[in-house]
Design a protein. Structure first.
Length: 178
């Protein structure tokens, strides 16, 4: 179905730019957290403690997460086809890491009774889950719009082929497959 392409294209670019800024902010927050953690400004308890050991399991995963966020931001700002892919990948990683943290810290009793450290972790974990849901929603929307645009291009190109031309059998075969 053909629809108003310029208006949809304009909205798609606006969503890409907005999502690009959101994931860039997320990457900055992840990198800032680890800088603060390794400089000792953020305290995860005694080095021999369970909370500290749990946090020490995440630098590699969070580095991959930050790298995916940065790749998504770059691709989205440039309007590349890989933008929605990286956005969905980053959203899935964010949801997974956020839910993992929520369940671990919840089982450790960090959220009740609430303390300053518990409130901070709850905010970080909530941001991960909310950011992941946002990225998945926007990423799938962008992916769908790119697919629709590609389908519209194929329909427009194929409808321009005259029935008696040498390209007509190829057009018929592609329409049968779809």
């Amino acid at each position: 179905m053909l629809y108003e392409r310029p208006r949809v294209e304009e909205r798609r670019r606006a969503v890409e730019r907005r999502a690009g800024w959101v994931v860039l902010a997320g990457a900055t927050a992840v990198i800032a957290f680890w800088l603060l953690f390794f400089t000792g400004i953020v305290d995860a308890g005694p080095e021999a403690g369970l909370l500290h050991e749990f946090e020490m399991a995440f630098p590699a995963a969070d580095a991959a997460f930050a790298g995916t966020l940065i790749a998504a931001a770059i691709a989205l700002f440039r309007g590349r086809q890989a933008g929605p892919f990286f956005l969905v990948a980053a959203g899935a990683m964010s949801l997974y890491l956020g839910i993992l943290d929520l369940t671990f810290y919840g089982r450790q009793g960090m959220y009740y009774p609430i303390s300053g450290a518990g409130l901070f972790e709850l905010a970080v974990n909530g941001a991960c889950v909310a950011g992941g849901a946002y990225a998945l929603r926007r990423g799938w929307w962008l992916w769908r719009e790119a697919t629709r645009a590609a389908a519209d291009d194929i329909v427009a190109r194929d409808s321009a082929v005259p029935a008696g031309s040498p390209a007509a059998p190829e057009r018929a075969r592609r329409l049968e497959v779809a």
